[in-house]
Design a protein around this ligand. Structure first.
Ligand code: BDR
Ligand code: CA
Length: 313
């Protein structure tokens, strides 16, 4: 079994991803860390605790994380996409359970140092907690097996601005630190998530499945789905966060290329754009390029068999 920490800002598609990962026998969730993102961190933490309640998994610790980005201000999140409660305006009661006393960054460091070479981090919100953990103890980079993130856009346009994807845009400085650290990062960005389409008919089939957890997740979806149908003009929705889980379970569904990545951390129109630097293998003989210097390679998903991801879910 692959041991995971899930760093998340629930969020409708975050809830779907949690459901997907808890159902996967190959994966073992050892902790969940929350971050501001789709909404304020108090809200995303409340949502995370409720989700684990409904899943019958209150044994999994929840560590509350960052309430704001490293440097830029938090601008309120994406409640217009996910609903005022970030759970599709379902307004379900909160869990009686609470988060542990360690912060998300402290919990990440504690767990990684206690189990070197064993943990994978899956991060599907702004990357602030990971950046704070790296600042607390840079040596964690050597001890993590893999970091898989949902975020960024390498060769396509953005979703929160024409230039940038929401998670990276929300804390561009944190993302730049995470892409620059010496660990194995896989970027599951809009290049692939905009090719994984859960249709209205499939959503309706999923909503028929029994169980309190599934019924809750199904109830959160319509508000989110309506956003995608209106704004992206598609039938159903794009599956962002679950696509990162699918990568762990079936990497063969993805085509990946390795590039150094930098994030535009400036306040201009391309804030949060993830810029891959083409490498020598992309150049014809004699062509010159000034690549990003002193940056590790990031494994970027550039292609996906979207139907395969939907089947797996
Ligand atoms: C990402 O932004 C959030 O709104 C979603 O939960 C997902 O993690 C997509 O850009
Ligand atoms: Ca998310």
């Amino acid at each position: 079994k692959r041991k995971l920490i899930f760093d998340t800002d629930p969020g409708v598609d975050d809830a779907m991803a949690l459901q997907f990962l808890l159902a996967a026998p190959q994966l073992e969730l050892i902790g969940l860390t929350t971050v501001f993102g789709n909404g304020p961190v108090d809200l995303t933490t409340t949502n995370a605790l409720r989700l684990l309640d409904l899943a019958g998994r209150t044994d999994i610790p929840v560590a509350r994380g960052a309430d704001k980005p490293l440097r830029v201000p938090f601008e309120g999140g994406a409640l217009h996409v996910h609903g005022d409660d970030a759970q599709g305006n379902t307004f379900a009661p909160p869990s009686q359970h609470t988060a542990i006393s360690l912060s998300a960054a402290e919990f990440l460091v504690q767990q990684i140092k206690a189990q070197p070479g064993e943990l994978t981090i899956v991060a599907v919100g702004p990357l602030t907690n990971l950046a704070l953990a790296l600042q607390l103890d840079p040596t964690i980079a050597n001890d993590v097996v893999d970091v898989v993130i949902m975020g960024g856009n390498a060769f396509c346009s953005g979703n929160i601005t024409p230039a940038a994807e929401a998670n990276v845009w929300s804390d561009p400085d944190a993302a730049d630190l995470v892409f620059g650290a010496n660990w194995r990062v896989t970027m599951i960005g809009l290049d692939v998530t905009h090719r994984v389409n859960l249709t209205g008919a499939t959503i309706a089939e999923l909503a028929k499945l029994p169980g309190a957890f599934n019924q809750y997740v199904a109830a959160t979806i319509p508000f989110y789905q309506a956003f995608y149908e209106r704004v992206n003009n598609i039938d159903g929705l794009y599956v962002h966060d679950s696509t990162a889980i699918a990568y762990l379970l079936a990497p063969e569904l993805f085509d990946c290329k390795q590039y150094p990545v930098r994030v535009d951390t400036s306040a201009g129109i391309s804030r949060g754009k993830t810029w891959p630097s083409l490498g020598e293998s992309d150049l014809e003989e004699g062509e010159a390029l000034l690549p990003w210097k002193n940056r590790p390679l990031v494994n970027i998903a550039v292609g996906v068999r979207g139907e395969g991801v939907v089947q797996l879910m």
